[in-house]
Design a protein around this ligand. Sequence first.
Ligand SMILES: [Zn+2]
Ligand SMILES: [Zn+2]
Length: 150
Amino acid sequence: MRTHEQPATDSDLADTLHARGQRATSQRLILYRALRELDRHATADELLRASAERLPNLSLPTVYATLELFEELGLVRRVAVEAGPALWDPRVDPHQHFACRSCGRVIDLDVPARAGTAMAVARAAGHAPDSAQVVVVGLCRDCAHGPADV
Ligand SMILES: [Zn+2]
Ligand SMILES: [Zn+2]
């Protein structure tokens, strides 16, 4: 199976869904496209609003269920932020995150830091880890330096 590759088109996504025995409903295609178009870490609620025009009858539980399916299929990642609603990441290639404790922004860190040690310790303790994420918490560049001088 291909990894870290995002389906670029609806038909690629349909292929991915079909390959895993899932139906490629237009709702799924539209939601995935909406997340790609947002092009950032989004909450289910933001995704619902972004798709409202194309899917007027869409409900929040459906968005959650769809995102969870996408996660299972490796199409999105759930960012391990400590507080607030779950954030969903359309980028599935290896990268980590910086979470600002002031403005709440979550920013990609382009470092393929493998949390290998944590995974190994989890395995040694008898757990069956799926993945590990690094979330660096602090003040983002904007918050750390304050507003521009007036
Ligand atoms: Zn900030
Ligand atoms: Zn990210």
